[in-house]
Design a binder for this molecule. Structure first.
Ligand code: ATP
Ligand code: MG
Length: 569
């Protein structure tokens, strides 16, 4: 391929609308263009990378016993009525009528279509299990499409659906997909963690999200480097470490004038914030007053609080504090006014000496002991787990990170087969609903996540496995009788070895060429300059490390081919 023919309009300046590195760099490198909010054209370079990601996905699906097919993007709305999702899915679902006034949707996912497909065909246990997938554009009218390919309204997804006769068989299909998804991340050059999204009744997971680690990710995670545990911090549950407060364990009232914050109180007693107890005055979803107590250095987790206090719970206003006889900054579990429910974080259950507000202006207690000085109505999981808290599996300190959800595996069970009447005849002669699993990879989001993880101030650094071209050849003077033939010769030698090469044959200044090649992020650059060529050499640059070395013209193709072949996924 010749760069002079490439349709890749690069931008010198950062586009103002792009907040994330991936969005900015894909636009700047001439790889994507916006058509409207959440709708993008993949230009030739991006499309080459997308096809490589798709092929990695395909390869992993095929080797894990899934079969590719292709379903229509337009889905009869009636199927979505049968599943009961037509209204439940909400405004993200694109709905429209055809010329005969029949209603259709643009598939945001294809459980309905595939269940309708197999319900008349998979009739016997002898035909099971089956796993079917396709790679296709999906449509979701997202409320806030943003971050380029990260959250589009039209995006590319691989979605697979398995059908089994037994729960054990579903588990096997699910485990295979989990393994395939982990492989896909590795082969795409992504550092990702499998995060348990849902735990099953028997303790095993029934849904896992693969999170590519990136500061720009929307999800915030905690994970354990030692045992591999990872969880969304909203959902993570562990008994956080707490220290005891000051004093000898006897209940002591201490004057703390004006010290209404955790930081002030901790400083006053010369104790870490963790040794104090934070009180939150809440009105629960039913309108009743509650005081929640958490370790001083941890925050009430909104998601968990909703479970305990109901959707719509909120903090008390100043007037409500007064009405309930509570004093801001001095609320605590001891001597709580009548009628207020006391809920304490379960991490505090073993702690016997609390430093907390005394329910009296300008006073705190030290040495407050649950069971002796007050009795909580409930111990509940209330706080957001943070870095440093112990891993619930192995007890070692957790680390925190942000992540991008690139894929998800899910055990559906019989939800769709029952709703849509997809039954098979089992070995025992009984009709049973098909047991389903669904497995999605965001292909276009994966592309963005890769760029998010692989870039520097000069541009993208493609992992070889997904690079639009593996090698670029940069002749510095294309009109030079020595230089140009060398570029052509090396290019031909590489092409012969099956390496994907692009030659920067443009009549541009060296500075422009270097900048564009770095921005586009080809993993290896072979620079042909007059001086080196005269000595029988070219310069080889590794985009990832920035390392440069002189290599003999006759050897460079072999050397680069070896590097590329070793790095191909
Ligand atoms: P999110 O929570 O990010 O909205 P989701 O959980 O709704 O995603 P799934 O239904 O699990 O998404 O879809 C499978 C995969 O499709 C996701 O893991 C993600 O990689 C991708 N995906 C989902 N929504 C979008 C989108 N709007 N733009 C790009 N990719 C998406
Ligand atoms: Mg998901």
């Amino acid at each position: 391929m010749k760069m002079s023919r490439l349709y890749a309009p690069t931008l010198k300046e950062d586009p103002t609308e792009a907040e994330l590195a991936s969005h900015r760099l894909l636009l700047r490198a001439g790889m994507i263009r916006k058509e409207a909010a959440g709708l993008y054209t993949y230009l030739p370079l991006a499309w080459r990378s997308i096809r490589k990601i798709e092929n990695i996905v395909r390869d992993e699906m095929d080797t894990h016993d899934a079969q590719e097919l292709m379903m229509p993007i337009m889905v009869d709305a009636d199927l979505w009525r049968q599943s009961g999702r037509i209204d439940a899915y909400g405004k993200e679902l694109v709905r429209f009528n055809d010329r005969h006034e029949r209603e259709f949707v643009l598939g945001p996912t294809h459980e309905e279509t595939i269940t309708a497909l197999v319900r008349n065909e998979l009739r016997s246990y002898k035909q099971l299990p089956v796993n079917l997938y396709h790679i296709q554009d999906k449509f979701r009218d997202e409320f806030r499409p943003r971050y380029g390919l990260m959250r589009g309204r039209e995006f590319i997804m691989k979605d697979a659906y398995s059908f089994s006769a037994t729960q054990e068989s579903l588990q096997e299909e699910y485990d295979k997909m989990k393994e395939a998804y982990a492989n896909i991340c590795v082969r795409c050059g992504l550092k990702a963690l499998p995060v348990v999204a849902d735990s099953g009744e028997i303790g095993g997971d029934t849904s896992v999200e693969f999170m590519a680690l990136a500061d720009a990710g929307e999800a915030s995670l905690v994970y354990c480097d030692d045992c591999g545990f990872a969880a969304d911090d909203e959902a993570a549950s562990t008994t956080v470490a707490v220290s005891e407060g000051p004093g000898d364990g006897t209940l002591t009232k201490v004057e703390t004038p004006g010290l209404g914050t955790i930081a002030d109180v901790a400083k006053f007693f010369g104790f870490p914030e963790n040794g104090t107890r934070k009180a939150l005055a809440i009105i629960d979803a039913e309108g009743n007053p509650v005081v929640a107590i958490v370790p001083g250095d941890h925050e009430l987790n909104d998601c968990k609080a909703e479970h305990v206090f109901g959707k719509g719970y909120r903090l008390m206003t100043d007037e409500e504090l007064e009405e309930n006889g509570l004093f801001k900054g001095f609320i605590g579990p001891v001597n709580l006014p009548e009628g207020i429910r006391l809920v304490c974080d379960k991490s505090l259950e073993g702690s016997k000496s609390w430093t907390c507000g005394a329910n009296e202006v300008d006073y705190h207690f030290t040495g407050a002991c649950p069971g002796r000085d007050f009795t909580p109505d409930e111990w509940a999981d209330l706080v957001t787990v943070v870095a440093g808290d112990p891993c619930p599996h192995c007890g070692r300190p957790l680390a925190s990170a942000r992540g991008i959800e690139v894929s998800q595996v899910f055990q559906l069970g019989t939800k769709y087969s029952e709703a849509m009447g997809a039954y098979f005849m089992d070995e025992d002669g009984k009709e049973k609903p098909l047991i389903m699993g669904c497995y999605g990879v965001g292909v276009s989001r994966t592309l963005a996540a890769i760029v998010e993880q692989h870039n520097d101030e000069n541009g993208i650094i493609w992992p070889v496995s997904v690079a639009p071209y593996e090698v670029s050849i940069i002749p510095l003077d294309v009109n030079d009788d020595l230089v140009w033939p060398v570029a052509e010769k090396v290019s031909a030698a590489l092409a012969e070895k099956g390496i994907e090469v692009i030659v920067d044959d443009r009549k541009e200044r060296p500075g422009v060429k270097f900048a564009d090649n770095d921005l586009m992020g080809f993993p290896y650059q072979i620079v042909c300059g007059k001086k080196a060529v005269k000595n029988g050499n070219v310069e080889l640059k590794d985009r990832a490390t920035g390392e440069r070395s002189e290599v003999a013209i006759d050897e460079v193709a072999e050397k680069v081919a070896q590097l590329v072949l070793a790095a191909r996924a």
